[in-house]
Design a protein around this ligand. Sequence first.
Ligand SMILES: NC(=O)c1ccc[n+]([C@@H]2O[C@H](COP(=O)([O-])OP(=O)(O)OC[C@H]3O[C@@H](n4cnc5c(N)ncnc54)[C@H](OP(=O)(O)O)[C@@H]3O)[C@@H](O)[C@H]2O)c1
Length: 254
Amino acid sequence: MKDMFKLDNKVAVVIGGAGGIGESLAAGLAKQGAKVAIASRNIKKLEEVARKIQSEAESEVAAFQVDVTDERSVEQLVERVVSKFETVDVLVNSQGVNLKRDPIEFPVDDWQLLFDVNVKGVMLACREFGKVMIGKKKGKVINISSVRGILGTANGNVGYCATKGAVDMITRALAAEWAPDINVNAIAPCLVRTEMVKRAVRPESIKTFLTRVPLKRMGEPEDIVGACIFLASAASDFITGQILYVDGGLTAIG
Ligand SMILES: NC(=O)c1ccc[n+]([C@@H]2O[C@H](COP(=O)([O-])OP(=O)(O)OC[C@H]3O[C@@H](n4cnc5c(N)ncnc54)[C@H](OP(=O)(O)O)[C@@H]3O)[C@@H](O)[C@H]2O)c1
């Protein structure tokens, strides 16, 4: 049973893998035996994190620069990852931005940036890595969505909520398009202690929010790792098109 979760000889790509949730996911996949490519814009940070993860896991970890809003950059990422590791078995889309803006003043440029990174960036990565997976008729895609894809909220979140709703539907639609060969699922966390939350959420809002979370605490990046290993591994072979809520019970109570 334990072997169902092993990822030996698999190649996993984690976009947004040099910090926050993505770094924990990359480290978790490496510890399960996967070779891991981490990618985002900041190559210096990526190289540091790759060295750190590789020294802690007995797996190869490599760093690649990408800007997911740029089509050619994503195409080049796929070329470079395949040239290094020969294939791709697992894609994790953990890139994202959160810009909170008053709905009646929402600047169009901010709306565009949210959709460029959170929606276009996810779709471009799915499209380009999907080509590799479709070619070999096997693969797992894991998109990092949010409870904000299903639960509306005030406090300037309309843009972010809209992007995560779109990620949920990209997940379901690609699961239908690419069945039966490729599994496409999403993980939807609630508040997780990362730089994104430090930047975007006020401490008093966190306190109020936690009163509604049955498990009464914020998530840590490590809380997301088990779900990711599950969705990357053979243990989830009969699961596709699902949004897995790792949210301390928030969506169970509405
Ligand atoms: N933290 C939470 O409470 C929470 C809750 C639910 C869902 N999520 C989702 O979880 C994912 C990870 O978030 P996090 O909390 O770990 O935030 P984070 O620490 O800010 O990580 C975001 C990552 O996205 C990368 N990124 C941003 N723009 C990019 C671009 N144009 N091209 C490539 N990479 C880009 C960043 O790397 P570079 O700066 O190097 O490009 C960074 O690694 C996001 O999708 C977020 O929406 C977070």
